[in-house]
Design a binder for this molecule. Structure first.
Ligand SMILES: [Zn+2]
Length: 259
């Protein structure tokens, strides 16, 4: 019985973790202890994803010794650090595993459950179209995306009934503006957004977002602070030092990678 329940709660955990639970702890009366062991295994298995981001050249940080380019973010501000999640979404094998572990984490945190599960997954285009699609495939939901319309993000080609729960996902969270605009769009359409957001890489430093008085918990697979700075263009010290600024996804070859 506990094995079945563990599998339900941690469907992606390795057989090894489950067997350790059963062999060394075992018994329904010690189910709580088995739970904790699986949590530890789960956390230890999750710690390699930052290295995966580095190994796929998705992480960039400005190196003063190189005097290279620096980044213009979606919001227009300049930065000395960036994560290019296209290096991940171009790899369906890695993306699928990352999303599976992110879903596991949401289940382990108790936010995603049989009583709190989505019927739709929505992410801001373009970066999160693949994220939403793959998460929807794994959770047996429908997938959609919001897209830029003037200064907002809008659902322009999907009709979502107001009673069907919607889960927002995103590839990476820096300022959180794309997620905020997506949640705002769902709110304006009176849709039923679940109170948490799944993000593959969170380097915003924040653990929640607030939209029209409602709080959304951020569940992320990789959380880290690589001390990226942000400046308004006319106050950017890197521009003043002569470093050229580019939108990173358009000129990724210009950027120095972190390893
Ligand atoms: Zn600059």
């Amino acid at each position: 019985v506990p094995r079945k329940r563990l599998r339900t709660r941690f469907p992606r955990l390795s057989q090894i973790a489950l067997w350790f639970d059963l062999v060394f702890i075992g018994g329904t009366e010690h189910f709580g202890a088995a739970y904790r062991f699986s949590d530890i295994m789960f956390l230890s298995m999750s710690t390699n994803w930052l290295q995966t981001l580095k190994d796929t050249s998705a992480v960039w940080k400005y190196d003063p010794k190189q005097m290279g380019s620096h980044a213009i973010l979606t919001t227009g501000v300049h930065s000395d650090g960036y994560i290019n999640m296209a290096r991940i979404t171009e790899r369906p094998d890695i993306l699928s595993e990352m999303i599976a572990h992110l879903i596991d984490k949401a289940r382990a945190n108790g936010v995603l459950s049989n009583t709190c599960s989505p019927q739709w997954i929505v992410g801001p285009a373009l970066g999160s179209v693949a994220i939403a699609y793959e998460a929807a495939r794994q959770l047996d939901c429908k997938a959609g995306f919001t897209e830029k319309y003037e200064s907002t993000m809008q659902l322009r080609r999907f009709f979502i009934p107001t009673n069907e729960p919607v889960l927002v996902v995103d590839d990476a969270m820096s300022s959180g503006s794309s997620i905020l605009k997506t949640l705002t769009c769902l709110h304006e359409k009176n849709l039923n957004a679940l109170p948490f957001v799944l993000v593959l890489a969170n380097y915003s430093g924040g653990a929640s977002l607030e939209v029209v008085g409602k709080s959304y918990q951020i569940i992320s697979l990789v959380e880290f602070d690589f001390e990226a700075h942000r400046w308004e263009p006319d106050e950017c010290p890197l521009c003043k030092s002569g470093s050229p600024a580019f939108r990173p996804k358009e000129k990724w070859s210009e950027f120095q990678n972190l390893h």
